[in-house]
Design a protein around this ligand. Structure first.
Ligand SMILES: Cc1cc2nc3c(=O)[nH]c(=O)nc-3n(C[C@H](O)[C@H](O)[C@H](O)COP(=O)(O)O)c2cc1C
Length: 179
């Protein structure tokens, strides 16, 4: 798939088959992520352990339910799981103040590459709460996040399975041209 086609086709996928992407596909996603523009260090942890992903899911869900507004509404939907049953969670972490920008650039590359490879994916910020709570230090260690790094965002990836939990499109995007 051409780059432009993948960019225009990308959309958030929120339901996954159990079947995991291949190691080659995951390597391609990691290469794409680490090829993004960067103004500082970024570490990528590719988490494939089902029990660890489930734990991050459950802590995230509890934090969403304890919050207010949109996150609470989403987590209260019947059958809602914030990691949507995805077999892979990619965590982007960084040590400094530019971390979120650096990690988001890397993550967007992964989303586009996943689309190009025919995989589903979704950008996640909700998981940050799992790493900032009381279980955070232990989870960071288990995911291999380097000492002193903060998880800035995540991407789930896998083989898409329908259109469950698609949210209303939250994008507000405008453009003007000055000639
Ligand atoms: C900063 C940011 C945080 C997001 N966090 C989440 C999240 O925690 N969970 C989720 O399901 N989607 C999350 N998304 C995905 C958006 O909901 C999604 O991109 C938006 O609804 C537009 O839909 P699209 O990606 O299909 O174009 C996030 C996107 C951004 C940019």
């Amino acid at each position: 798939m051409e780059a432009m086609e993948a960019i225009l086709k990308r959309k958030s996928v929120r339901s996954y088959k159990q079947e995991a992407p291949t190691d080659e596909q995951l390597k391609a996603l990691a290469d794409a992520g680490l090829s993004g523009p960067g103004g500082g260090a970024v570490h990528l942890s590719v988490v494939q352990k089902a029990d660890l992903i489930k734990r991050i899911n459950d802590i995230t869900k509890a934090a969403m339910l304890a919050s207010e507004g949109f996150a609470k509404e989403r987590a209260s939907l019947p059958g809602y799981e914030p990691l949507y049953g995805a077999p892979v969670l990619m965590l982007f972490s960084a040590p400094d103040q530019n971390g979120l920008a650096n990690c988001a650039c890397a993550a967007e590359n992964v989303l586009i590459a996943a689309t190009g490879l025919g995989l589903g994916s979704c950008f996640l910020m909700s998981i940050k709460s799992a790493f900032s709570g009381s279980e955070g230090p232990e989870l960071l260690k288990q995911c291999g996040v380097p000492e002193g790094y903060t998880v800035c965002c995540g991407v789930i990836a896998g083989i898409g399975d329908g259109d469950k939990f698609s949210s209303a499109n939250r994008k507000v995007r405008t453009v003007n041209y000055v000639k």
